[in-house]
Design a protein around this ligand. Structure first.
Ligand code: AP5
Length: 213
C-alpha cells in the first residue's frame, strides 16, 4: 500500500509529478491545496474561512486543513494508499499525520529559489479541469486557452509576487524544519527537482523505495 508524501517549496513541481505518479501507483493524488481551492470555489463555510489565508500566502489553520484532509482520507479510494502533496506543512501537521497513517516515503523536491519564482509567476491553470500550464516550460497549444477545455487560463491569486514572497518565507520558517524531522525518522529522500518534467519524474521513481515502481 504506497503512502507517499511529496515535500518541497511552492512551485517545486510537486503537483505536476504527483498526478502521473499516483495514476501509475493506482492510488489517489491528495493535494490539500486543491482540496482547499475546491472548497473556496464551492463557497463552503470552510472555503470562506480558508480563502483569506490562501490569497495572502499564509498557511490555513491546522484544524481546518485537518478537517478537509481527514474527510478525503476516509474515502474508499484512499484505503489503497495515496500520493500526498501539500501536507504536512509544519511540525504539528507532521505529528498529526503520523498518528493517522504510517508513511512509506517522503520525497523532498530541492530547487533554487530563483527558479521557483520563475515557475510560479509563469504558472496558469484551467478553471474547469485544473490542468496546469507554464507560459515558458509547458505552454498551451493556443495562447491563453486550455488544450482540453478551451477555457481561458487563469493565474492563481497566490501566484502574485506579494503572496509568493509570503509563501516562500512561510515555507522556510515552518515547512523546511520538517526535513530534519523526516530525516530523523529515516523516511526522507532528496530529489534534484531541476530539469525537465520527464527527468524529474525519472529521478522521483528512482528515489522511491516502493516495489514495482
Ligand atoms: P498548494 O496548492 O499546496 O501550493 P504550494 O505548496 O505552494 O505548491 P504549488 O502548487 O505552488 O507548487 P507545486 O510544487 O505543486 O508546483 P507545480 O507542479 O504546480 O497550497 C496553496 C495554499 O493552500 C497554501 O499557501 C496555503 O495557504 C494552503 N494550504 C495548502 N496545504 C496546506 C496545509 N497543509 N496547511 C496549511 N495551509 C495549506 O509547478 C509549478 C509550475 O512549474 C507550473 O507552471 C508547472 O507547469 C511548472 N513545472 C513543474 N515542473 C517543472 C519542470 N520540471 N520544469 C519546468 N517547469 C515545471
Amino acid at each position: 500500500m504506497p503512502r507517499v508524501v511529496l515535500l518541497g517549496p511552492p512551485g517545486a513541481g510537486k503537483g505536476t509529478q504527483a498526478g502521473p505518479l499516483a495514476a501509475e501507483l493506482g492510488v489517489p493524488h491528495l493535494s490539500t491545496g486543491d482540496l482547499l481551492r475546491a472548497a473556496v470555489a464551492k463557497a463552503t463555510s470552510l472555503g470562506a474561512e480558508a480563502d483569506g489565508y490562501m490569497r495572502a500566502g499564509h498557511l490555513v489553520p491546522d484544524e481546518l486543513v485537518l478537517r478537509i484532509l481527514r474527510a478525503r482520507l476516509s474515502e474508499p479510494d484512499a484505503r489503497a494508499g495515496f500520493v500526498l502533496d501539500g501536507y504536512p506543512r509544519n511540525r504539528a501537521q507532521a505529528e498529526t499525520l503520523a498518528a493517522l497513517v504510517a508513511v512509506d516515503d517522503v520525497l523532498y523536491f530541492e530547487l533554487p529559489e530563483e527558479v521557483l519564482l520563475g515557475r510560479l509567476t509563469q504558472r496558469r491553470s484551467c478553471p474547469r479541469c485544473g490542468r496546469v500550464y507554464n507560459l515558458s516550460t509547458r505552454p498551451p497549444r493556443s495562447p491563453g486557452r486550455c488544450d482540453v477545455e478551451g477555457a481561458e487560463l487563469l493565474q492563481r491569486s497566490d501566484d502574485r509576487p506579494e503572496a509568493v514572497r509570503v509563501r516562500l518565507a512561510t515555507y522556510r520558517e515552518q515547512t523546511e524544519p520538517l526535513l530534519q524531522y523526516y530525516a530523523g525518522a529515516g523516511l526522507l529522500r532528496r530529489l534534484d527537482a531541476l530539469g525537465s518534467t520527464e527527468e524529474v519524474g525519472r529521478r522521483l521513481r528512482a528515489a522511491l523505495r516502493l516495489p514495482n515502481v
